[in-house]
Design a protein around this ligand. Structure first.
Ligand SMILES: [Zn+2]
Length: 254
């Protein structure tokens, strides 16, 4: 029985992934998210329902559009699979619970941000804003005022810490060391994973980014790597693995 639940959640996640991808692309290009309906970005052909099935459409069409044989970016397929997998992992961690609702909003907003930041070097303010408002509202309804105020304070502390790091970085490198989006992201992390953990997130993100930075340094000449996707990936990892700060302190002390 349990396996069917995972299959359904995976399908739901991959449909959401397909939507989040479109959302990231359209918002980054200042396009409407409602109109026009999904179309081929090469010849503008309106996509039929069977061309819109997540994962399967890509595989059946062998990564090319039916209308004009243009290559469909592999990132679409990756985002659909990853979103499906992350939704399943979130369900595994939180079960059917209030946390799961918040978790899915958190994961969805971060996937959108990862796509827009990798493809366009943009961290979408509107995505952060909508996610924060929804999460704070749900926290208030599900867990009460005290819990929510604590989370908001965590968000503010995480934001201030990152702002401080940016100020120091700007002074050290004598140029913009970090985008404003990375700082705003910290507020979103704070209200979900809490304050000290948001700081662990910066370390974990640096740790994940390091090999990628080295690789890019040697493979491309002029490469600017956005830090946002790493911050977001680390936050998703910390969030779904349900680590808490006391277990990290225990780990370090022992
Ligand atoms: Zn086309």
């Amino acid at each position: 029985m349990e396996i069917y639940i995972y299959v359904i959640i995976f399908i739901f996640g991959s449909i959401m992934g397909s939507f989040l991808n479109v959302l990231a692309v359209r918002l980054s290009n200042n396009e409407s998210i409602i109109y026009p309906s999904s179309h081929c970005h090469n010849c503008q052909h309106k996509l039929k329902w069977y061309e819109l099935i997540p994962i399967l459409s890509y595989i059946i069409q062998k990564g090319k559009s039916n209308c004009c044989n243009t290559r469909i970016p592999i990132s679409y397929l990756i985002v659909e699979i990853v979103t499906g997998a992350l939704y399943c992992t979130a369900y595994h961690s939180f079960g059917f619970s209030y946390e799961l609702v918040i978790s899915l909003i958190f994961i969805s907003s971060l996937i959108t941000i990862i796509v827009s930041d990798i493809e366009y070097m943009i961290i979408l303010d509107e995505v952060i804003a909508v996610a924060c408002i929804l999460i704070i509202l749900f926290e208030l309804v599900f867990f009460g005022l005290e819990f929510t105020v604590n989370k908001i304070l965590s968000g503010i502390l995480a934001f201030i810490t990152m702002y401080g790091i940016k100020m120091i970085g700007d002074k050290m490198f004598k140029k913009e060391s970090m985008g404003g989006g990375d700082i705003k992201l910290m507020f979103l992390f704070g209200i979900v994973i809490g304050f000290p953990l948001s700081i662990c997130d910066i370390f974990l993100a640096t740790f994940i980014a390091f090999p990628v930075a080295i690789y890019l340094l040697f493979s491309r000449k002029d490469s600017l790597i956005p830090f946002g996707p790493f911050l977001a990936m680390a936050a998703i990892l910390i969030h779904i693995s349900k680590v808490d700060i006391s277990s990290i302190i225990n780990f370090i002390v022992k």
